[in-house]
Design a protein around this ligand. Structure first.
Ligand code: CA
Length: 242
């Protein structure tokens, strides 16, 4: 069996911390758990983790502060553990440099999937600079060939406008991860994008869904993370290659 990554869990709620630790150990991850921010920070510097799972509401240090501190010296993947209603906090965490978040209560498959995605993106980034883009996205009949700029759904070509294609490929290149509205807008329309772009983004996403989704009201490929952004279904092409 291959040795899996080391994960540091910073979570002050004992039951959640224990659940995560037990789950990850059962899947061969090496786990260290801290119940406070201070303890977490010293574990991060001493434990050489591959990934950090971070609760934002800690007794001593604000989780956002921990993200900023870690980001000042490392690009280690950070997944935030967050409560359902804290959209603003999730956005702030992502904008401060967290890679993703997982909402309580969460199950084992979701936790493991988020960890795999974050680790994979991190390792891809580490391989070359700038990051080498994926040549292909494939998931349940939806295929994007990035070199040919070709999108097909069950082998029929889908015609996207230039902006629609840019949006879909941005999400597909980051599949499995949430991208905030701000991130997407600045990536597509540049640093001078303003509030009007929120509306333009929404309209474009509606058009994309009408073209890609069998039922745009219940999306299968591109999910809305309410108040935060969009997340595209994980690239199964990558799974096959792993
Ligand atoms: Ca907490």
């Amino acid at each position: 069996m291959t040795i899996k990554s080391t994960i540091i869990v910073i979570e002050d709620e004992k039951t959640i911390g224990e659940f995560i630790e037990t789950t990850l150990k059962a899947h061969d991850y090496k786990v260290f758990t801290a119940a406070s921010g201070q303890e977490g920070l010293s574990l991060i510097t001493s434990g050489l983790p591959d990934l950090i799972l971070l609760d934002l509401g800690l007794p001593d240090i604000d989780g956002i502060e921990i993200i900023k501190q870690v980001r000042s010296w490392s690009m280690l993947p950070i997944i935030v553990i967050s409560a359902r209603t804290q959209e603003q906090e999730k956005v702030l965490a992502l904008d401060s440099g967290a890679d993703d978040y997982i909402t309580k209560p969460f199950g084992t498959p979701e936790l493991l999937a988020r960890i795999r995605t974050a680790l994979r993106h991190f390792h891809r980034l580490g391989q070359s600079a700038p990051a080498s883009p994926e040549p292909l996205y494939f998931s349940d009949g939806l295929k994007i060939d990035f070199t040919r700029r070709l999108v097909t759904l069950n082998d029929s070509e889908i015609h996207l406008t230039q902006i629609e294609y840019k949006l879909v490929s941005l999400l597909a290149q980051n599949s499995g991860r949430v991208l905030t509205y701000d991130y997407i807008i600045h990536h597509i329309w540049g640093p001078y994008a303003d509030n009007n772009n929120n509306q333009i983004l929404r309209v474009n996403m509606a058009h994309i869904r009408r073209k890609l989704e069998a039922n745009p009201g219940e999306p299968h490929y591109i999910f809305t993370e309410i108040g935060v952004g969009y997340r595209m279904k994980e690239n199964q092409q990558q799974e096959a290659l792993n």
